[in-house]
Design a protein around this ligand. Sequence first.
Ligand code: CO
Length: 142
Amino acid sequence: MKLGRLNHVGVAVPSIADALDTYRTLYGVTDADITPIRDMPAQGVRVAFVDVPNSQIELIEPLGETSPILKFLEKNPAGGQHHVCFEVPDIIEARDAMVERGATVLGEPRIGAHGTPIIFVHPKNSNGVLIELMESPKGEEH
Ligand code: CO
């Protein structure tokens, strides 16, 4: 298992709407660069993606009382960089390789915001950075 392309950088925010305003007014992002805000109740989050030419920023807002990012926002009330996501060809192969290499994989593979399976690797294994591994969409392997 070897990391593929950087798919996105995840940023936790108290409000996606406010964060999008910042990307529009400060960084010139237009509505054509922004995906609609989508609720993902199973994950306890609401997400929107900002497209940039070579990657995406994933804005993540808590959804519900048990959202996994509430604790992060308690520590970082203005928001902050939450995770970095790399593509891999096969999520099960990636998960098995992570476990074999002694990393702590958080939970079972599940369907992520791009509709393909994802896993998360504990930040303690990667210099304090939470790593998301995402199976490349079929036909889009890089
Ligand atoms: Co992500």
